[in-house]
Write a protein that binds this ligand. Structure first.
Ligand SMILES: NC(=O)c1ccc[n+]([C@@H]2O[C@H](COP(=O)([O-])OP(=O)(O)OC[C@H]3O[C@@H](n4cnc5c(N)ncnc54)[C@H](OP(=O)(O)O)[C@@H]3O)[C@@H](O)[C@H]2O)c1
Length: 300
């Protein structure tokens, strides 16, 4: 049964814009038709980009976006996971067709494995039994090993292409970096065996900003279709991945968290007043997992 019988859509077009996609907290009130949750429930969620965000004391969410928080995590820990892991889920599950049943025996390459999405993706894939090769800076190797990566490549040590030539081909590649990595990575998939490449770095927003929604969508559609066809004839599935809110998937992820198979990777916890500095740090790159904004002091 759908959790959201009225399929409630909330508009997020009003200004000022509130940033932030992750939330973890207590349900304060529920709509009349909500049966699945009740006030007082401890929940986590990732809110879609077309709504107001979560850097706020109160957040409005639809039932389908929310899940009961894993009991083993504090709210601060829980708030670090939903957006990153649901983005990994959308790319790996929705775009590449991976699942708990299909992962065992699959070789997966993650390019950009040390940031928010990468650290979540490694853990999800390992929990499902895939063989994971992580591409990151050498100084993230300890973290990668700790998260379960089977093989690691330091992209700063030698040309990535040369290092990939020494490995077996892959069944799935998740590209969190894009740019020139796209053409490079596509050579390292097993052709004519259902292998998929998925990138999270797409021209979707750039095209809409430059050309407006109608022309931008048209340009995006043509670009995607031509790439899909070009690689289809080489025996490889080419895909774009986009974050999608997904309460039921968070339910499954929560079980893996409580079973000790997925853990939060938190680089920093900063108070709400330090959001501008936190963004400056993120813009500089080199993230290791996630930065959490603490909107409400848990001790108060
Ligand atoms: N399509 C969507 O819906 C969607 C949703 C979320 C995120 N994204 C995109 O997905 C990408 C990843 O997101 P994220 O949150 O994981 O980013 P992040 O937290 O900033 O992590 C990026 C990681 O990549 C590493 N890195 C940089 N250059 C690299 C390279 N050449 N090879 C390997 N690793 C490299 C960085 O560390 P070092 O620089 O120290 O190596 C950092 O750890 C971003 O481009 C983001 O915009 C898309």
């Amino acid at each position: 049964m759908s959790r959201d019988p009225l399929n409630v859509k909330m508009s997020g077009t009003e200004f000022p814009l509130t940033l932030g996609r992750d939330a973890s907290g207590t349900v304060m009130e529920c709509g009349l038709s909500v049966r699945y949750f009740k006030p007082g429930d401890q929940v986590w969620a990732a809110i879609p980009p077309w709504k107001q965000g979560t850097f706020a004391e109160f957040v409005v969410a639809s039932v389908n976006e929310v899940s009961l928080k894993p009991k083993s995590l504090s709210h601060t820990e829980a708030a670090s996971l939903p957006y990153a892991i649901l983005t990994a889920w959308a790319a790996l599950v929705n775009s590449c067709g991976l699942s708990k049943e299909k992962c065992p025996g699959k070789r997966v390459l993650i390019i950009g494995s040390s940031g928010g999405v990468g650290t979540a993706a490694i853990q999800l894939l390992k929990a499902w039994g895939a063989h994971v090769t992580a591409v990151c800076s050498g100084n993230a190797f300890t973290l990668m090993k700790d998260l379960g990566a089977d093989d690691m490549i330091d992209y700063t040590a030698a040309r990535l292409e040369e290092q990939l030539r020494t490995r077996e081909l892959f069944d799935t590649i998740l590209d969190n970096i894009g740019g020139t990595h796209e053409e490079l990575a596509l050579q390292f998939l097993k052709p004519w065996s259902g292998a998929s490449y998925v990138t999270l770095v797409t021209p979707f927003l750039y095209n809409n900003d430059q050309l407006g929604i109608a022309d931008g969508m048209m340009r995006t559609g043509v670009t995607l279709a031509s790439k899909v066809m070009k690689h289809y004839y080489k025996g490889i599935h080419y895909r774009w991945g986009f974050f999608a809110p997904n309460g039921p998937s968070l339910d499954e992820i929560g079980e893996l968290v409580d079973a000790g198979k997925i853990r939060p990777v938190i680089e920093n916890v900063v108070p709400f007043t330090d959001v501008p500095q936190a963004f400056k740090k993120l813009e500089a790159g080199h993230a290791r997992g996630k930065t959490v904004i603490q909107v409400v002091d848990p001790k108060k």
